[in-house]
Design a protein around this ligand. Structure first.
Ligand code: NAD
Length: 421
């Protein structure tokens, strides 16, 4: 490809459907079931006004998609990003269905998103946008129906506003309508760290399987938000040297290892990891290709593609992000012997502790962080083991193994329920 030619944008929904097709083929899925699981059950598009600080009105677009409700209520985060599309949200909702099935928690898959760069809005404007979006998607959400959580550019405060908005409308407090809330509002201990903790549990399992010495290993992490920065902290506690990290505006490299607590403080002060003293600035593309044992993509989709998969030097790719690797890149990495821990397994710690939070909310209970973390370890360890066993038995990579496990579970539940009416 010449430099004048621009690579076509990769549509995450096409990626998700292709991944599903691979599993459906191998499972020889019933054609009717295949059609059902290949499409989302519900897609809601909303356009809604928000009063801006200068008195003007701006109209935003947002989505809530429920992919499958066969195993329980829809579950999935809400993303605020300027590049959100309906197809992206559909893909993320489908991935949630498989993720909940891989770890065996009783949810279907959902996802939401608003097309907005929240960094350009004031806090009051983000609150107004959140409350109005929550109101618009209220036809779908509820503690027994569809339970949102944080994702890119949303956090515990966003969830508190959604919980309050929903509660105001029904007239009483409903903590179970969202997860990832502040602890004081029914949030769970360990939820903030859960996605990263689950990823690090998976990396430990992979290292044991591959005979890697974690304490002598290095890691590069793309994305330095909830998943990425906490993964950096937790993995460095295992003695792993974090040699490179990045955010949306910069990437930094230090072969001696970055002091993660100081990088977090630097980002809090300067708004980016860029310019961190003692480190070398590199590009985000270079970050993926640095010399390291473990690569953790923890930002957005389609980062590892056919164009750069041949240059990835890591032995393990642990997908904290959703959809970071395209199917073509998957094949290249697999052929090169790279061990991929697929997103639907690797970042399932987040939804697992969200499930714990929901159970605590419904029971008006509160568990200690030790209880949460040990239950999380048990679930992640079991899911990793089941995926690995299946992948080895069928001579497929870990992603296909996880899909076979998940699609079979969802298909069995759907078949058992039968076709209504
Ligand atoms: P976040 O908003 O907290 O952080 C996202 C980070 O990615 C930020 O540091 C941002 O600067 C960076 N980023 C954005 N574009 C980038 C780019 N092109 N290159 C490098 N960095 C870039 O979001 P998060 O919650 O940490 O989510 C990150 C990924 O993890 C997403 O794919 C999300 O779907 C997935 N995930 C999150 C959770 C969760 O509980 N938060 C659970 C499962 C999966």
């Amino acid at each position: 490809m010449t430099t004048e030619q621009v690579a076509p944008a990769i549509n995450p929904w096409h990626v998700a459907q292709r991944q599903f097709d691979l599993a459906a083929d191998r499972l020889d899925l019933d054609p009717g079931l295949r059609q059902v699981l290949r499409e989302p059950r519900r897609e809601l598009t909303v356009h809604f006004p928000v009063k801006m600080d200068d008195g003007s009105v701006q109209v935003f677009s947002g989505y809530r998609v429920q992919h499958n409700l066969g195993r329980g209520p829809a579950k999935g985060g809400i993303r605020y990003h300027q590049d959100v599309t309906l197809d992206e949200v559909k893909a993320l909702a489908m991935w949630m269905t498989w993720k909940c099935a891989v770890v065996g928690i009783p949810y279907g898959g959902g996802k939401g998103g608003v097309v907005v760069d929240p960094k350009k809005l004031s806090r009051r404007e983000v609150e107004g946008l959140t409350r109005r979006f929550a109101t618009e998607i209220e036809v779908l959400i509820g503690p027994e129906r569809d339970i949102p959580a944080p994702d890119v550019n949303t956090n515990a405060q966003t969830m508190a506003w959604i919980m309050d908005t929903y509660s105001m409308h029904v007239g009483y407090t409903v903590p179970g309508v969202v997860t990832g809330k502040p602890i004081s509002l029914g949030g769970s201990e360990g939820r903030n760290e859960a996605t990263a903790r689950g990823t690090v549990f998976c990396v430990e399992e992979a290292a044991a399987h591959l005979g890697m010495d974690l304490a002598a290993s290095t890691v590069a992490i793309q994305g330095f938000g909830n998943a990425g920065s906490i993964a950096a902290t937790l993995i460095s506690q295992h003695g792993v040297r974090v040699v490179a990290v990045s955010d949306s505006s910069a990437a930094i490299h230090d072969t001696n290892g970055l002091d993660i607590a100081r990088v977090i403080a630097w980002k809090a002060e300067h708004g980016t990891v860029g310019g961190f003293p003692g480190s070398r600035d590199i590009s985000n593309a270079q970050l993926l290709e640095v010399d390291c044992d473990i690569l953790i993509p923890a930002a957005l989709e389609n980062q590892i593609t056919a164009r750069n998969a041949g240059s990835i030097r890591a032995r393990v790719v642990a997908e904290a992000a959703n959809g970071p690797t395209t199917p073509d890149a998957d094949e290249i990495l697999h052929d090169r012997g790279v061990f991929i821990i697929p997103d639907i397994l690797c970042n399932a710690g987040g939804v697992t502790v969200s499930y714990f939070e929901w159970v605590q909310d419904l029971n008006r209970d509160h568990w200690s962080e030790e209880v949460v973390n040990s239950k999380l370890r048990e679930i992640m360890g079991r899911a990793f083991g089941e995926t690995l066993t299946l992948a080895e038995a069928q001579s497929v990579n870990m992603r296909t193994g996880a899909y076979l496990l998940a699609v079979d579970r969802v298909a069995s539940a759907t078949a058992l329920r039968g076709l209504y009416p």
